[in-house]
Design a binder for this molecule. Structure first.
Ligand code: NAD
Length: 258
């Protein structure tokens, strides 16, 4: 799918966590195409720098920003750097996340639970906590948090710790959107179904039968593409969504409604 860029976020400063690959990289690419000033915030330095170089060579404004989303000091340093360079932060996409292979709850160890909660949920709290004051100072902003179809249904087949972390993101977004609406900060979630990325390949493995079984639960009968999720994020980050906050947008081929 190729979008026709038309400058929907011209000159806006955007931090995209987990921007080095997968869905995050597609978001960075679409933001650049729409003339945003993009910070690829990731702990994968080589991939992030490589993407920044590619997007810059295509005429975009992109730079790598080192960030471990689980670490508060890392957030403070990253935000200070963006504020120093751009004076403001207009858009935050909390996209970084990890998945776990499916295990029965009684076999899941507590370290895995803590790790997935830390990367997927604590990260979103830290980002919102430290970016919202900067946005308010600049007159407002837009936050898009990456949840998942796993937060909304089909739980019998979902990895429980992962689903719980994404449900935390979903509810936290409602609280953020309502608490800061008057100060001009919008906050919404995107809920992808199975999307063709490294994460999905790692979870599904190489077995075509596992993929086929997964697709039975997707009415459109196919995996989604990172660009299809990025388009939803771009919409929510842009002024086209100016009256939308504390809302949820599924990009799942109909999976949760099935
Ligand atoms: P991915 O594994 O391809 O990319 C994740 C990115 O996050 C990587 O660049 C990684 O380096 C970064 N990251 C991981 N831990 C980090 C940390 N501590 N600090 C900074 N960056 C970190 O994953 P993806 O498939 O592109 O998924 C992106 C988001 O979408 C995740 O939140 C995921 O849970 C969500 N999601 C994905 C799918 C899917 O099917 N792929 C479905 C629903 C939701």
């Amino acid at each position: 799918m190729k979008m026709q860029p038309n400058g929907r976020i011209v000159g806006r400063s955007a931090i995209v966590t987990g921007g080095a690959r997968g869905i995050g990289a597609a978001i960075c690419e679409q933001f650049c195409a729409e003339d945003g000033l993009v910070f690829i915030a990731d702990n994968a330095k080589a991939a992030g720098e490589e993407l920044a170089a590619r997007l810059s060579s295509q005429g975009g404004s992109a730079q790598f920003l080192h960030l471990d989303v689980t670490d508060e000091d890392s957030w403070c340093a990253a935000i200070a750097k963006v504020s120093l360079e751009n004076g403001r932060i207009d858009i935050l996409v909390n996209n970084a996340g990890i998945a776990l292979g499916t295990l029965p709850i009684v076999e899941r160890d507590v370290q895995d639970w803590d790790r997935v909660m830390s990367v997927n949920a604590r990260s979103v709290f830290l980002g919102v906590k430290h970016v919202v004051p900067v946005m308010i100072q600049g007159g407002g902003g837009a936050i898009v948090n990456m949840s998942s179809a796993a937060a909304l249904g089909q739980w019998q087949n979902m990895e429980a710790a992962y689903a719980a972390s994404k449900a935390a993101v979903h509810v936290f977004t409602k609280a953020t959107g309502t608490q800061y609406a008057e100060q001009g900060v919008r906050c919404n979630t995107v809920h992808p179904g199975p999307i063709e990325t490294e994460m999905m390949r790692e979870v599904l493995g190489e077995n075509p039968e596992v993929l086929a079984h997964r697709l039975v639960r997707v009415p459109m009968g196919r995996l989604g593409k990172p660009d299809e999720v990025a388009a939803a994020v771009l919409f929510l980050a842009s002024d086209e969504a100016s009256y939308i906050t504390a809302a949820q947008l599924s990009v799942d081929g109909g999976a949760v409604a099935q």
